[in-house]
Design a protein around this ligand. Structure first.
Ligand SMILES: Nc1ncnc2c1ncn2[C@@H]1O[C@H](COP(=O)(O)OP(=O)(O)O)[C@@H](O)[C@H]1O
Ligand SMILES: [Mg+2]
Length: 339
């Protein structure tokens, strides 16, 4: 059976910005596939190319064996797309918006009517169907977007950061719904910069950073690959690099320590990978004390997808997001000051 989605060596530039440099991944039919990465990584660009909304510079994209590039119309029938933010007409009712979507996909009118009712019901929107969407809450809007994406019964539903800006209750509704879709055999591709979301939902995940896939597998494979438990420690709030490196050299000599990474985005804190053993934390603390290092904070945890990201890029996903936000702020400031 052909994969539900196949992307090979995708490239896409905007002027001289390389939004996607080299992205490849495969999605099996009936799974939830997560594309995880910080803001600006190239997630939206990738899935816009997948959904025929943007033309790639190079690479291969197939949906159930159909080339998205050579047969965009046929591919589009099999794909449902839920954008991150949809600028929908607020004066239309939910039902009217779904009718527009049905027209867009040339659904025969009797079938469309039935399908609209069915979809409204599945998403618990019947009571709101004839209200203007301008009155909808964020959670209701997202449910309507999902309904629109699913109306033509696509094999693959693609969602771009579907839970951004939603409260936790609405998030849980979306997650439950995506799991139900999987149960019913629909393939789901979801982008997110929330680690926990991808960890909890996705059967397979590709982690994308600066336009390239840096790790791929099941969440547990990826976590196993980065190895044992983690110990995160800070000598000071901001340690001088020389001190952090001295501590790193010392800690690396401990027999149960597998790896030490200095996290420059977090005041040169030290991230240790240790063999799972109950006294690791205590032994690290003891060694630091004996060697005369201060300890500002120390904690132990099981590996997370953030550790996978950290191991591959040298910073955490959250820091990468903050850095991306900082860049945006800086750019905005620059624009302001040029006025
Ligand atoms: N229409 C566009 N014009 C110019 N640059 C763009 C455009 N869309 C995205 N980019 C840039 O491409 C990079 C990847 O963006 P995007 O695919 O939106 O990432 P993500 O969805 O992971 O946040 C970013 O540097 C972004 O600023
Ligand atoms: Mg995006």
């Amino acid at each position: 059976m052909a994969p539900a989605v196949l992307i090979e060596n995708l490239q896409k530039h905007y002027g001289d910005i390389p939004a996607v440099k080299d992205v490849s991944f495969k999605v099996e039919p009936g799974e939830i596939f997560g594309l995880l990465g910080p803001n600006g990584a190239g997630k939206t660009t990738t899935i816009r190319c997948l959904c025929t909304l943007s033309k790639p510079d190079a690479g291969k994209i197939e949906v159930s064996g159909i080339s998205v590039i050579n047969k965009p119309r046929a591919a589009r029938q099999r794909l449902g797309y839920v954008a991150q933010e949809v600028a929908l007409d607020k004066v239309l009712t939910g039902r009217e918006l779904l009718q527009l979507q049905a027209d867009l996909y040339h659904l025969p009118s009797a079938f469309a009517k039935e399908r609209i009712n069915q979809t409204l019901e599945v998403l618990g929107l019947q009571d709101y169907a004839d209200q203007k969407t301008g009155t909808y809450s964020g959670g209701l809007r997202k449910r309507l977007d999902l309904a629109a994406g699913l109306l033509h019964q696509p094999d693959v539903l693609v969602l771009d950061e579907p839970t951004v800006g939603l409260d936790i209750e609405s998030r849980v509704v979306v997650w439950d719904f995506l799991r139900q879709l999987r149960e019913a055999g629909t393939t789901v591709v979801i982008t997110s910069h929330y680690l926990e979301e991808i960890d909890a939902l996705a059967d397979h995940v590709a982690i994308i950073d600066k336009g390239a896939v840096i790790a791929a597998g099941t969440p547990s494979e990826l976590k196993d690959r980065v190895g044992g438990d983690r110990i995160t420690l800070r000598l000071r709030e901001f340690s001088p690099m020389a001190e952090a490196e001295k501590a790193k050299d010392m800690l690396q000599e401990l027999p149960f320590v597998e790896e030490v990474i200095i996290n420059t985005a977090q005041g040169n804190s030290l991230n240790l990978v240790v063999k799972p053993q109950s006294d690791a934390l205590m032994l690290v603390q003891q060694s630091l004390q004996e060697a005369g290092f201060p300890t500002f904070g120390i904690a132990q945890s099981r590996p997370s997808l953030d550790d996978v990201y950290l191991a591959a890029t040298g910073q955490t996903l959250l820091d990468a997001d903050l850095a991306a936000a900082g860049m945006r702020d800086l750019k905005a400031e620059k624009k302001q000051s040029m006025r």
